[in-house]
Design a binder for this molecule. Structure first.
Ligand code: SF4
Length: 450
């Protein structure tokens, strides 16, 4: 078990750019009132994510005290090192040769050149009591342990019976348990055929697997049936969350007509899609969300065929075009982001249709080792194969994770056996498609915020 260190967390939605944190830092570290000397820098949200500056939005440049710090790796002089007791990355001025490579190695702009001394400077968290945090008047900064989310939600009720039956290493169980923990017991759940009921949401041998009312609709009618259930509860005066946890196949293929209809009518339900890019629990067949080139049992690799020949359908963007009350993409590699989006989706489902699309790698069908699930999920996001964003009709579309400086897509593809056969031309096709998709989403974000 790794140690959970404390770090400074930033909530951009609470920051108004007042600069009090920078003043506190410059004062505490250098007895200076020049905020340029501050080791924490708040700046207008840039174009990094969208290509345009978002009005009134700010972002942070600060040392994240990374678990796997690139600055330490690139330093040729051994001047940087992670302190095993505190988690802080220390800088040893006596060893530093002022090459500034670390300022390039850090992708968070967490190490900067101090113009006064001509040397690097970085946050050391003020010996565990960072001056910037109490100085922030809006609560945008907090000093928390990296495992905070698990410490916080661990006590909430797990609404699935113990003993769900997933494949080894599958993170759908993690997703189900965390999601229902957050959504809470006043919920009626719909789980159409797929991995979720296969894992046990509807129970085995006459027992229930879920501690809330759960039903098992057809692939074709999940959203319509759930909308009817919600309306009946409203009719008898009971306030419940009506939620579906569906697979990508059921949602994007035969179930799409009922999903689209419910979104068009603005039914007050929360529809979550667990996207493992195929019909994985029935033999790993392709769905319309399966990416180009992927091996599945219905898009085999042989003398004449080289995996799927079509690109994946982008279901969350299609839902944006329904002008749902809330649409977001999420990943099991970014659980805090998922929790934040669940909060917003729940709120939106009180007055309209909320849609959450969660990318969830399939250990068995994607052909990778069971310990690698979160790593694969993270690489998908880091390469922009998957982008994380959210949309409301009022605020438009905005990225919730920067999309600049992505990993080459091949770094993601080579993490899985299902892409092992790809030719250089197929890899190029996928890289081009990822970039094209990104430009498309950026244009939507730009239009909303420009
Ligand atoms: S500037 Fe100093 S700390 Fe940064 S990489 Fe060079 S030697 Fe290491």
């Amino acid at each position: 078990m790794g140690q959970a260190y404390s770090t400074i967390a930033f909530d951009a939605s609470k920051c108004d750019g007042c600069g009090e944190c920078m003043k506190a830092c410059a004062g505490a570290k250098f007895e200076s009132d020049d905020v340029r000397r501050s080791l924490i820098q708040i700046m207008p949200k840039a174009a990094a994510a969208t290509g345009v500056a978002a009005k009134g939005a700010f972002e942070l440049a600060l040392c994240r005290q990374c678990g796997d710090p690139k600055c330490v790796t690139v330093c040729p002089a051994g001047a940087l090192g992670k302190d095993g007791a505190t988690g802080v990355i220390d800088w040893d001025a006596s060893k530093c040769v002022d090459c500034l490579l670390c300022t390039i190695g850090c992708s968070y702009a967490g190490i900067a050149l101090d113009e006064y001394t001509g040397r690097v400077s970085k946050c050391d968290t003020c010996d565990g009591k960072p001056a910037c945090v109490p100085a922030c008047p809006t609560g945008a900064l907090r000093h928390v342990t990296t495992a905070r989310i698990y410490n916080e939600v661990g006590g909430w009720e797990d609404l699935f019976a113990p003993g769900l039956a997933g494949c080894q290493g599958c993170n759908t169980e993690l997703l189900m348990r965390h999601t229902l923990r957050r959504v809470g017991p006043d919920t009626v759940l719909a789980t159409p055929p797929g991995c979720v009921p296969g894992m046990g949401s509807v129970g085995f041998n006459g027992t229930t697997g879920t501690k809330v009312p759960v039903f098992h609709p057809l692939l074709t009618n999940t959203a319509a049936m759930l909308a009817g259930v919600k309306r009946q509860y409203e009719r008898v005066g009971r306030k419940v969350t009506a939620m579906a946890i569906a697979g990508d196949g059921g949602a994007s293929d035969v179930g799409f007509q009922s999903l689209s209809g419910a979104a068009e009518r603005g039914e007050r339900i929360l529809f979550m899609v667990v996207d493992n890019e195929g019909y994985m629990n029935t033999g790993m067949q392709r769905s319309s969300c399966t990416p180009y080139g992927a091996w599945t049992s219905t898009t085999p690799v042989g003398a004449h065929t080289r995996g799927k020949t079509q690109d994946a359908k982008n279901l969350p963007l299609i839902m944006v075009n329904h002008r749902c009350a809330y649409v977001a993409t999420a990943s099991t590699a970014y659980m805090e982001d998922l929790y934040a989006k669940l909060d917003k989706a729940l709120e939106a489902s009180e007055h309209g249709f909320a849609y959450l699309h969660v990318y969830s790698p399939c250990t068995t069908g994607w052909r990778f080792q069971s310990a690698m699930n979160i790593e694969v999920a993270r690489k998908a996001v880091e390469s922009n194969f998957v982008t994380l964003w959210e949309y409301t009709p009022e605020t438009g579309l905005s990225f919730s994770r920067p999309v600049d400086r992505p990993l080459p897509v091949v770094d993601y593809l080579k993490a899985m056996g299902r892409f092992r056969h790809l030719s250089p031309e197929q890899i190029e096709h996928i890289q081009n498609k990822v970039e094209e998709n990104l430009r498309f989403v950026q244009k939507i974000a730009e239009k909303e915020h420009g």
